[in-house]
Design a protein around this ligand. Sequence first.
Ligand code: SAH
Ligand code: SF4
Ligand code: F3S
Length: 447
Amino acid sequence: MKPSAPPKTFRVKSFGCQMNVYDGERMAELLGEQGITPAPEGEEADLVILNTCHIREKAAEKVYSDIGRLVKAGEEAGKKPLIAVAGCVAQAEGEEIMARAPAVSIVVGPQAYHRLPAMLETATQGGRATDSDMPAIAKFDALPQRRKRAPAAFLTVQEGCDKFCTYCVVPYTRGAEISRPFKHLIAEAEKLVEAGAREITLLGQNVNAWTGEDDKGRAVGLDGLIRALAKLPDLQRIRYTTSHPNDFTPGLIAAHGEVDKLMPYLHLPVQSGNNRILKAMNRQHTAEDYLRILEQVRAARPDIALSGDFIVGFPGETEAEFADTLSIVDEVRYAACFSFKYSPRPGTPAATMDGQIAAEVMDARLQRLQQRIAHHQFAFNQASVGKTCTILVERTGRHPGQWLGKSPWLQSVWFEGEGAIGDLVEVELAEAGPNSLKGLVRHRATV
Ligand code: SAH
Ligand code: SF4
Ligand code: F3S
C-alpha cells in the first residue's frame, strides 16, 4: 500500500458484547491521546476501526460486508480510509482477514490494542500490521487514563474464560481467565466517577470469577470489590455482568441483600433448561443448580430482576428437551432475556457434533421461546406499575422535554419535565409497555 498522511479523524464501530464496547471506548481514548479526534457525524473518517464479534456466524460475517462498504464510501468521497479490524474476529481470523481484504491495514486482537499507535505508524508508511498477542494485563497497564464522560460507565474487571462450553469461541478469542488488580480498578472507578459516572457496570466474560487482594491484603471476590466501590461517595449504582452459575459465592449472594448501591438486577445465563443438553454443552451445572442460586438470590433480595441467555437448537436438541427450556423460563419469570439460535463456530466441539438442527426448526423454536420471554418481560413491567424508584437519566427522548433512563431493575423509563443527563430522578412508574415504562416525576435530585 502507498504511504498516507497520518489520520486526523477516527470512528470506532463496536459490534459485540459490553466488553467489546468497553474496548472500543478505550481505543477511542488511546487515539484521542495521539491527537486523533472523532469524525463528525456524517463525515467519512480517516481511520475506521471495526471492533468485531465472533460469537455467532452472522456477527462474524458482517466484518467483510462492512469493509466493502467502507471502501466504496471512501471511493465516492475521493479518499481512502485506513481500515483496522479489531476485536474477536481479528483474534480468530486475523490471517484470513489480511488475505481476503487487501483494504485492511491493521488487524489487532482484543488483548493487543494498546499497541495501536505503533501499528498506525506502520500503516501510514504503507505497511500492514497484525498483532494477536494475549498479554491481557499489559494492555491495561499501557492504556491512558480514562477520559470518558457519561452517567453510566463500563469497567472491565475480568477477562477471558476457562470454561470451554462446547459451542463457544470466547475461550479462544479472549484467552484464559485473568482478574485486573483491585487497586487499579478502584483507581479507574474513581476517575470515571470524577468524570461524572453515577453508575458503573463491572464487566467480565465471567465477572464473578474475579478475585484479588484488597487494600489490606485480604483475598476478596467480586463481592469484596463491590463493597469497596460502594464506599465511593458519588457513585450511586453498581451493576455487574456476565456472571456464571459455577462462580456464584455465598458472599456475592449476601451482597445483594446488604449493599444498597448494588442494583436489584442479575444477568445469569443458563442456556438450556435440559440437563442432557447442559451436559453436552459442558456447562458443568444442572438446571436445578441454577434454580437453587436464583432462589438464594431472591431470598436475599426479593425484588431482584432476573435475566438470562438461551440457545435453541443445540445439536441433538429434541422437542422435549426444548420444552424444558420453555419450562425454566416460565418457572423463573425473567424480567428480560437474550435468546439465540445455535450457530456452529469453527474450531468448537459442538460444530462437528451429530444431530445439527435444521434452520426451520431453530427458527420455530426461537419464536416460541421469544414469545414466552416477551410475556414474562411485559408481566414484570406491569407488576412494576405503582412503584416509586430512582431513574438515572442517560439520554434525551424523542420529543422535546422527554428524558430516558434506567430503573434499578434495568428497565427503560421515560418521563417528561425538567431534567438533565446524569440526574437521578425519583419517579412513580405509571404505565408499562412491553419494552419500557412511563414515569411521573416525584423528585429531582442533581448530584
Ligand atoms: N460468559 C457468558 C456469556 C458469553 S457469550 C456466559 O457463559 O454466560 C454471550 C451469549 O452468547 C452466551 O450466553 C450464549 O447464550 C450465546 N452464544 C455463545 N456462543 C453461541 C453460539 N455458538 N451460538 C449461539 N449463541 C451463542
Ligand atoms: Fe463461552 Fe461458556 Fe465461557 Fe460463557 S462460560 S464465555 S458461554 S465458554
Ligand atoms: Fe463477541 Fe468477543 Fe464479546 S466474540 S460477545 S465480542 S467476547
